[in-house]
Design a protein. Structure first.
Length: 268
């Protein structure tokens, strides 16, 4: 495996307590589906690959209620997490649900590109068709397949649906750059610090997704879309502007397509 650069490993949300490996992901034996860093036996491990969660069926399982992590084996899979360690069969898994994580590329990747799974648990450029689910965005690129890169993994469910949340006290990124814009989630985002031209980034546009952006900063807010997503049919290299003391609504009409509404002023 070749590694182009050392990926940045930012803050994450980690889970996995009680979730066990359904196969040998350690790299101590040769497993065809493993493409991650070398294990203690010199074989590739499954570390930094995509997994989904189901019932654990490994040898010695004594309870059907145990959960198991299984490597992704289909392109565009939803409900994925990134495996953070190198467990053997039946060992506990460290899993990453949201945030900047190391991952294994299945192809060359560029910064800002949306990614989905390939059929081997790696990450490849998202294709906007056939129900494929984008599960993250490239933060540090990959030169070729099997490189370690850095992605921001989005919260995603097994059905491809989105989870709505409320986040208060957000500080927008200074300077108005899409590449460095503060990452928002689905649901309600309350921005309390924003000077003119500071920026935020919407999550991927998916059918039925909703984002409410509340700008209680002192200046106008630049709202960008992911990758090639559009807002009101305008390419999101161009910011959608939310004036301070205004509230804006974004509705996912289809994959890659946001429609805005509102831009409602606060009554005084």
């Amino acid at each position: 495996m070749t590694t182009n650069i050392t990926p940045y490993f930012g803050e994450t949300v980690k889970s996995g307590s009680g979730i066990l490996a359904t196969a040998d992901f350690s790299g101590t034996t040769s497993v065809a589906a493993n493409h991650g860093p070398l294990g203690v036996g010199g074989f590739a491990s499954a570390q930094f690959q995509a997994v989904t969660i189901a019932a654990f069926t490994g040898t010695g399982s004594s309870s059907a209620s145990l959960a198991g992590a299984t490597l992704v084996s289909a392109i565009g899979t939803a409900g994925v997490k990134v495996l953070g360690n190198k467990p053997q069969l039946g060992d506990p898994c460290v899993l990453y649900d949201i945030g900047e994580v190391k991952a294994i590329a299945g192809a060359a990747l560029v910064v800002g590109q949306l990614v989905m799974t390939d059929a081997s648990g790696r990450f490849i450029p998202w294709i906007d068709e056939q129900g494929y689910v984008p599960v993250g965005e490239v933060r540090v690129p990959a030169n070729s397949a099997n490189d370690v890169f850095t992605m921001f993994i989005y919260p995603n469910t097994a059905t491809g649906e989105v989870t709505l949340s409320v986040v208060n006290g957000i500080t927008a990124t200074s300077g108005g750059s899409k590449a460095a814009a503060f990452q928002l989630g689905y649901g309600i985002s309350h921005i309390t610090t924003a000077a003119n031209g500071d920026s935020v980034l919407l999550p991927p546009a998916l059918p039925g997704a909703i984002c409410v952006v509340i700008n209680d900063g002192s200046g106008t807010l630049d709202v960008y879309g992911q990758g090639t997503d559009t807002i009101d049919a305008v390419a999101t290299a161009t910011a959608n502007i939310v004036t301070n003391a205004f509230r804006a609504f974004y509705f996912g009409l289809a994959a890659g397509l946001w429609a805005s509404a509102g831009h409602i002023a606060v009554s005084t």
